[in-house]
Design a protein around this ligand. Sequence first.
Ligand code: HEC
Length: 123
Amino acid sequence: MRRVLLPILALFLGMGVVSLLMGQDFVQETPKHTIKDVMKQAHGAKLLNKVVDGSASKEEKDQLLDLYISMIENKPPKGDSDEWLMKSGRLILASAKVAVGREKATDELKAASNCKACHDAHK
Ligand code: HEC
């Protein structure tokens, strides 16, 4: 009897762990910056423009990356959550590529930071 029960028990335990991991919310409880803060600091203050046109310092590139990381930590006021993960993920990836000095990354950042595309879907 034990020989049958143990593997079954192990299976259930395993499934419990997997479902726990899958159910774990990827989104942080308390974002470092709200979406509005990100918009003000990254877009209102022209930080994004400087990073895109290549005049930003290393600190400014890192600051933009830090702000964009907070996008994925937040939930948008509206729109599909997978879409949101994709859009904010692209922003993070593109600004990270710029921060580490990858070639052509500013083009990617320009595309990922399309104001209207994101606002239409999530604002
Ligand atoms: C990946 C998505 C995304 C992109 C890209 C994006 N925004 Fe936003 N933006 C949002 C969301 C979501 C809100 C609404 C935030 C809220 O109401 O909490 C917002 C709000 C704003 C606001 C209003 C902030 C406030 O205090 O109410 C401004 C201004 C703004 N965005 C400017 C821009 C500009 C300029 C760009 C392009 C350079 C841009 N955004 C690109 C998602 C985005």
